[in-house]
Design a binder for this molecule. Structure first.
Ligand SMILES: C[S@@+](CC[C@H](N)C(=O)[O-])C[C@H]1O[C@@H](n2cnc3c(N)ncnc32)[C@H](O)[C@@H]1O
Length: 225
């Protein structure tokens, strides 16, 4: 937070900060975010999933991985379209809430990058989501590389994520005074190309409200090309 206020460079939010923040918010998270701040991404992603996932071969089981799954709102939206879904999150208390939904067949407490790089569930996925999570990670090179390795090579395997939008394409990402990161479309498109993805959908959206104003963002859908 100090770095964000001073405008200093920081590539990632510290894990201890994330864990403490979300452990503290877990019980009230859905009421606060959905009912009070009008968080609309789960609904929009549910609508997108219909089109994205019906093209994947059923025989392969359509296994999804939800990075930063939180209380499971995205799992809930995806569940009708996948056979199995795994979730990973740093916050034990957010995971406790997700568990109650009985949607995820695996829930793992840990850092998303470490989880992808270690692949201890020994799985490749048809869909990997990271929704409202990159607001806590500025630099995304390693994350894109690890996601590309963990996606099944099946046609149309999907990487779906959201970001808060940084309008200035000359800058990759910026830590905002809110303590969250915003990313530019230019950066995300560059990373996509570098890691073998085709950008198949870019949807401008309001992520939620902040002090009564919409927070501008995008949902992006990439396919392994
Ligand atoms: C704003 S919530 C979004 C939760 C869920 N994706 C949704 O859309 O409802 C962000 C979640 O990402 C998790 N998170 C942030 N950085 C993480 C990291 N590096 N590794 C694992 N989880 C992380 C937080 O603990 C939190 O549960």
């Amino acid at each position: 937070m100090v770095k964000s206020i001073k405008g200093e460079k920081a590539d990632l939010a510290p894990k201890e900060y994330i864990e403490k923040l979300f452990d503290g918010e877990a019980e009230n998270f859905e009421h606060h975010l959905v009912d009070q701040l009008h968080y609309c991404l789960p609904k929009k992603i549910g609508l997108l999933a219909v089109n994205l996932l019906q093209h994947l071969p059923v025989a392969e089981g359509k296994v999804a991985l939800d990075l930063g799954c939180g209380t499971g709102l995205i799992g809930q939206a995806l569940k009708p379209w996948v056979a199995e879904i795994h979730g990973v999150d740093l916050s034990k208390k957010m995971l406790d809430q997700a568990k109650k939904k009985e949607i995820y067949s695996q829930l793992v407490q840990g850092d998303i990058l470490e989880f992808l790089e270690e692949n201890h569930l020994n799985k490749n996925y048809h869909l990997i989501t990271a929704v409202d999570v990159f607001v806590y990670l500025g630099v995304l090179e390693k994350l894109f590389s690890a996601v590309a390795c963990r996606l099944a090579q099946a046609m149309k395997s999907v990487f779906l994520f959201s970001v808060e939008l940084l309008e200035d394409d000359q800058v990759d990402y910026q830590l905002l005074p809110t303590g969250r990161y915003a990313h530019s479309l230019g950066y995300l498109k560059k990373l996509s190309a570098e890691h073998g993805f085709t950008v198949s959908h870019v949807e401008p959206t309001s992520i939620r409200e902040e002090r009564g104003q919409p927070v501008p963002g995008v949902i992006m859908v990439l396919n392994l090309s």
